[in-house]
Unconditional design. Structure first.
Length: 326
């Protein structure tokens, strides 16, 4: 039997290169090896977007389209929407009852987000329980492993603790321990060198139009020590050069040498990168446009995913409910 994976993404907007390189490429590899459940985490998105939920429904479909266009396949994986499988809420409730408040209040991601997210009101009861729902997502499918970014490790640790607490309270090993699978690729930095994120306005979307890709690449930060065209560059300190490594690996070495000897200027260097990126994204965008023509097919695919996910989820819930007397 293949080991099981569960992972999810919040549909808060169009997916970008950070998602593509940091997450989807990884999922694509894993789906050949594991029994994969990939979930559009719409409840989690709503926890921060509830004041303006209008785009949510569109984002759910759009993100699913990005997944498919990037090579996540419903033949290999179970692709579904969190809110379509109501068992997530049953387990969330059960876990809410047994999770000590202190575990959530101490959670570093919670404290950080309360500090950093100032344009929305997230000091809600629901948001405190964000990791409880995430634990329910993972344990509902008895996942053995969860591919996540490093920022999610505290949530995974909490999921293990909550699972352990359930098992020990009710005397049965219902929930296995899920281990983290960290992506091999380094996180792709945004245009300005910070983490790529919509809130920093430094992203290139998977669906970005070629002319916008060209403009955005020209705006990328480069080696800060290279001021004049005649200055020798330091590609190891240049984000553009890192992009070469991913999107035009066969040109990486040459560009590196040319940069060190000031034989290539930054504008030219970026111009070439932009074309490489346009070419890299072109087959994905073509697939996207094809899928966008037939949204009914996407909805049907998500419904098939729901059926497969729910078959597993409902068994776990029956088992858990029996143990707690419901
Ligand atoms: N919290 C995750 C994120 O923001 C999304 C998520 C929700 C998730 N449920 C999950 C990830 C379960 C892994 C497993 O990226
Ligand atoms: Fe970066 Fe290219 Fe400029 Fe060198 S030439 S500093 S690699 S953008």
């Amino acid at each position: 039997m293949r080991k099981r994976i569960l992972s999810g993404m919040r549909p808060t907007g169009p997916l970008h290169l950070g998602h593509l390189i940091g997450v989807l490429e990884n999922w694509k590899k894993l789906q050949k090896e594991y029994d994969c459940f990939f979930m559009v985490a719409d409840w989690h998105a709503l926890m921060s977007e509830y004041e303006k939920p209008k785009a949510l429904r569109e984002n759910i479909i759009d993100n699913a389209i990005d997944w498919l266009a990037s090579g996540i396949s419903p033949k290999d994986s179970t692709i579904f929407v969190q809110s379509h499988v109501k068992e997530h809420l049953d387990l969330h409730m059960i876990f809410s009852i047994i999770t000590p408040l202190g575990w959530l209040e101490r959670c570093p991601t919670y404290k950080e987000q309360l500090r950093e997210i100032t344009n929305r009101n997230i000091s809600t009861y629901g948001f405190l329980g964000y990791p409880v729902l995430q634990a329910a997502d993972i344990l509902l499918y008895k996942a053995n492993a969860v591919p996540v970014g490093e920022d999610q490790l505290p949530h995974l640790e909490l999921a293990r603790e909550i699972g352990r607490r359930f098992n020990s309270l009710y005397g049965e090993d219902v929930f296995p321990e899920a281990k983290a699978i960290l992506a091999e690729n380094d996180r792709l930095a945004g245009l300005d060198g910070r983490k790529m994120s919509k809130s920093y306005n430094n992203t290139i979307a998977i669906s970005e139009r070629p002319e916008d890709i060209r403009k955005k690449v020209q705006s990328m930060f480069t080696d800060p020590k290279r001021v004049l065209r005649a200055d020798a560059g330091h590609p190891e300190n240049c984000n553009v050069h890192k992009y070469y490594g991913i999107f035009a690996p066969c040109r990486k070495k040459e560009v590196e040498e040319a940069c060190r000897q000031a034989k290539i200027g930054c504008a030219e260097c970026k111009k070439e990168l932009a074309e490489a990126l346009v070419n890299f994204l072109s087959p994905i965008q073509e697939k996207r446009n094809e899928l966008l023509q037939d949204k009914k097919r996407i909805i049907e695919m998500l419904e098939q995913g729901r059926i497969k996910a729910q078959a597993v989820a409902s068994k776990t819930i029956s088992q858990a409910k029996a143990l707690i007397g419901l």
